[in-house]
Write a protein that binds this ligand. Structure first.
Ligand SMILES: Nc1ncnc2c1ncn2[C@@H]1O[C@H](COP(=O)(O)OP(=O)(O)OP(=O)(O)O)[C@@H](O)[C@H]1O
Length: 252
């Protein structure tokens, strides 16, 4: 279980995450939605300790992220960040193998290699596995980074905009793959998504942020409502239930 208690991020005088207290559901997909600048990425980064909090506490399965050794936390929680900096020329397979580091400590076993091959397969990267990352398209590179994160095989997976740069086919494949990881491997996935309809169709729980706060949270059918979405996005959004999915129309 991931619990955030009174988590705050302040830059100078401005509060970008404002006293957020939140328990993330165990199992399933939770998507964080909301407008630009709402604090979604900042919250995710603080949960994973990538970014220090100004104040507050985050517990991952009872472990305080500020004081837990990095290698212990890395076996509990993996994160895909928006800004993946690459310092060296790596192939897809080398990058994905890097995801096993918290388990292998740089000496991959047969089991580690099996995880790597499975992740490469799941992300449809077989044909690209020996390519260097700087020889891939943006969407292909994004899939390689998600494969690395899944390969870490943690109970908790945090993904900041995993659909970034993916075409429709690969977006659907990615969401199905994440759904499978949740349903068959009992993972808990928390992701930031901008596409409301992907968030609605594939998530068990939605968290809507605005102005650094959690404005609303609940099941997709509780959040995919014109009044709630207007309050979150300042936009008129109509909602239709199609084959059991709550679909937003917001193009005009
Ligand atoms: N280093 C920084 N210094 C000052 N303000 C910052 C810094 N980094 C982020 N911010 C501000 O913090 C706020 C929250 O940013 P964050 O990236 O968490 O938003 P977000 O909801 O993920 O937005 P987006 O949908 O655009 O990715 C924004 O207003 C941003 O300008």
């Amino acid at each position: 279980m991931i619990e955030a208690k009174n988590v705050t991020k302040r830059y100078g005088g401005s509060l970008v995450v404002d006293d957020v207290t939140l328990t993330l559901p165990v199992g399933g997909i939770t998507s964080i939605i909301g407008p630009n600048g709402a604090g979604k990425s900042t919250l995710l980064s603080m949960i994973s300790r990538v970014m220090p909090m100004s104040s507050g506490v985050v517990l991952v399965d009872g472990l305080d992220v500020r004081t837990t050794p990095g290698d212990v936390l890395a076996r509990k929680l993996a994160i895909l960040r928006q800004d993946n900096h690459l310092t060296s020329r790596l192939t897809v397979r080398e990058l994905v193998t890097f995801g096993r580091y918290p388990h292998s400590k740089g000496r991959p076993t047969v089991v580690d290699r099996e995880h790597v091959e499975r992740a490469i397969q799941h992300m449809g990267l077989e044909a690209l596995s020996e390519r260097f990352l700087d020889e891939l398209s943006g969407g292909q590179r994004q899939r390689a980074f998600v494969a690395m994160v899944l390969c870490q095989d943690t109970d908790h997976v945090l993904l900041d905009e995993p659909l970034n740069g993916l075409d429709l086919k690969h977006s659907v494949a990615m969401m199905k793959q994440l759904r499978t990881a949740v349903d068959s491997l009992k993972k808990s996935i928390v992701m930031v998504l901008h596409d409301l309809n992907f968030a609605s169709c594939y998530s068990d729980h939605l968290i809507a942020m605005r102005d650094g706060k959690v404005a609303f949270q609940g099941r997709p059918q509780d959040i995919m409502r014109p009044d709630i979405l207007r309050a979150v996005y300042d936009l008129d959004i109509s909602i239709q239930c199609i084959d059991g999915d709550w679909i937003a129309t917001h193009y005009r």
